[in-house]
Design a protein around this ligand. Structure first.
Ligand code: G6P
Length: 616
């Protein structure tokens, strides 16, 4: 959802900005651009498409003016996921005003129309359809009277409604970058004799491991040898410099063809890391959520889970787990629906948000809505299950349970989903304690690593299977019980990266409509572990077979299902029921991956999508 990066240094920063953009590309890849201040001039280069197109444009500019091109010691850059205005070079960031000020922006300026009218009346002309261009002109307008760029940015943000992370440069302040945030993420990178800002610290790992996490309402004044933070009134603020433990390799492909494949394979390790140190003899330890969690969880009488996309599917699995294990009601809802619905909050209800990024706008807004409910009508506490530290979601929640997936860069979520499921399995055990199912969960989690390894051994078989999907236009995914949301997730993966239309149904619903679609052009994928639903699923599969459907079934090796006419059975290793939804996700991820590779689509950056959705 747009990535921004900026640098103020004593050396040329164009290569640093370009590498930063490559590392932020997961946030959007409609267009990219860079602006540098050099020798009293502002130079901009923008290109439609991915960062590689910008790199080519920069190289061309360099070739045209040898030894010159676009170097500069102060600069900002942007990779865009279009919201306001189409995918054109004119709408690409940075946006500039009077060839003096340039701005990059992540977020949405809600009052941009009113500001645009005002600025047009003041004599500014607009060259883009974006909401961001008003920010450039507004800062230019205030810079004419303000003492410095920071003063102009302060005056401008006072006029803005909406969400933003901004980085601004001006030729009148040739070594100063000013950055600020409200509602969109931003970190400041601390180097030696150079400082940086970025939407995500991963962008800056090649140049520093020391970061200051900026908070909403912070303004950073960034110079090569010095940086200062103030609030929107110009009052100084202190924030700690923190050392990141993230290695550079964690954000690179490491020999895999795609990030998605690397992340699928990493699941053996990260799923284990997610439960390690968090289990006791009588079940998952509430202390994993914090010292006060044990007493608090004991009071919980119901749970509301709110999330978007893949994270929502994890919540749907958790409903089965929490209700069956802890015997308390659990409601799961899409964040974008929840916040506009006036939900009734039951007594002693725990509000849980699930998010890989911790910055999804709808999930964050749902949390804020939940927290703003009047006391007596509100939630007992809020818990964020999140993969990224120091996010808006983790900062604003009462309790935090971190997944330990590490950086997930492929846009289609894989390991973030399965590590969420590990956390949710643990949460269900914590809520169930001290009953037997809590012990059962803890035991099953310990077999996770070997279960995933055994499933990954099916990779070649699944790659062959994928051939059957390449020339199809639609697919159905079926599951029952907690495997129904896993079917939803399998269908979503296939849609996202192979652009094949896929839908999931609870297998028992097939006869209520979707059976009408079944023919030999519609592959049907079913999930059949040995659980309480196996016999029912088998009957549902017969319904498909009887209508000439082509079935692909991921079944427990002891299920009794055998391949035959119209039916391909992929034998899965036997997996403990408590973790089966986690393990059965993996072959569906691999299936989507291999179909996408066979179709030649862009696996890591599927069209029209972005990993981190910071707009409503
Ligand atoms: C986007 C991503 C999805 C993700 C969803 C929620 O749509 O493309 O992969 O599941 O946002 O993201 P979150 O970071 O809140 O889990």
């Amino acid at each position: 959802m747009c990535g921004i990066v900026g640098a103020s240094a004593q050396r040329d920063v164009s290569a640093i900005l370009l590498e930063g953009l490559r590392r932020l590309e997961y946030r959007g890849y409609d267009s990219a651009g860079m602006a540098l201040v050099d020798d009293g001039a502002l130079r901009r280069q923008r290109a439609v498409g991915k960062v590689a197109a910008l790199a080519d444009a920069l190289a061309d500019a360099q070739a045209e003016t040898p030894g010159d091109g676009l170097p500069g010691r102060l600069g900002i850059a942007h990779t865009r996921w279009a919201t306001h205005g189409g995918v054109t070079e004119a709408n690409a960031h940075p946006h500039a005003s009077s060839e003096r000020v340039a701005v990059v922006h992540n977020g949405i300026i809600e009052n941009h129309e009113a500001l645009r009218d005002e600025l047009v009346a003041a004599g500014y002309s607009f060259t883009s359809e974006t909401d961001t261009e008003v920010v450039a002109h507004l800062i230019d307008f205030y810079r004419r009277t303000a003492a410095d760029l920071a003063g102009a940015v302060r005056a401008a943000v006072d006029r803005l409604h909406g969400a933003y992370a901004l980085a601004v440069v001006s030729i009148d302040d040739p070594d100063t970058l000013v950055a600020t945030r409200r509602g969109s993420p931003l970190v400041l990178g601390v180097g030696i004799g150079e400082h940086f800002v970025a939407s995500d610290l991963a962008a800056l790992l090649p140049v520093t491991r020391r970061f200051v996490y900026l908070e909403d309402g912070d303004i950073a004044i960034v110079q090569p040898k010095h940086f200062a933070l103030t609030d929107f009134n110009g009052q100084p603020i202190e924030r700690p410099v923190q050392e990141s433990e993230l290695s550079l390799e964690a954000t690179e492909k490491g020999g895999y063809r795609h990030f998605m494949l690397k992340e699928i394979y990493e699941q053996t390790r990260v799923l284990t890391e997610t439960w390690q140190g968090r289990l006791g003899d009588d079940g998952p330890l509430a202390a994993a959520i914090g010292p006060q969690a044990e007493a608090l969880l004991a009071e919980v009488e119901s749970v509301h889970i709110v999330a978007c996309g893949t994270s929502y599917h994890a919540g749907c699995v958790a409903r089965y787990w929490i209700e069956s294990r802890a015997r308390i009601p659990c409601n799961v809802e899409l964040a974008s629906e929840f916040r506009y619905r006036s939900p009734v909050v039951p007594k002693n209800c725990l509000f849980v948000t699930l998010s890989q990024s911790g910055e999804t706008a709808d999930t964050l807004a749902a949390l804020r809505y939940a927290k703003a409910l009047p006391s007596g009508a509100g939630y007992l506490a809020t818990l964020a299950i999140c993969n990224k530290p120091e996010t808006s979601l983790t900062r604003e929640s009462d309790l935090i349970l971190m997944t330990r997936a590490g950086p997930e860069i492929g846009v289609a979520s894989t390991k973030a989903f399965t590590t969420q499921l590990v956390c949710l399995a643990m949460l269900s055990g914590m809520l169930a304690r001290p009953n037997a199912s809590a012990v059962h969960v803890a035991q099953a989690l310990q077999s996770m690593g070997s279960a995933i390894e055994a499933v990954l051994a099916l990779d070649d078989t699944i790659a062959e299977l994928a051939e059957a999907f390449v020339d199809k236009h639609h697919a159905l995914f079926l599951g029952r019980g907690p495997m129904y949301p896993i079917a939803m997730e399998g269908a979503l993966k296939l849609k996202e990266i192979s652009y094949l239309h896929a839908e999931a149904y609870a297998a028992g619903e097939l006869k209520h409509g979707p059976l009408a679609l079944v023919d030999d052009d519609m592959p049907v994928v079913a999930i059949a572990p040995t659980d309480d639903w196996l016999e029912k699923v088998k009957s549902n599969l017969q319904e498909v077979r009887a209508r000439g459907g082509r079935l692909f079934v991921f079944a427990d090796e002891n299920s009794g299902l055998k391949s035959g006419e119209g039916l391909t059975v992929i034998d899965m290793p036997h997996i403990a029921e408590a973790i089966a939804p986690i393990a059965y996700t993996v072959p569906l991820q691999l299936l989507a991956y291999h179909v996408a590779v066979a179709k030649g689509t862009d696996v890591d950056q599927p069209r029209n999508l972005a990993k981190s959705v910071t707009v409503e």
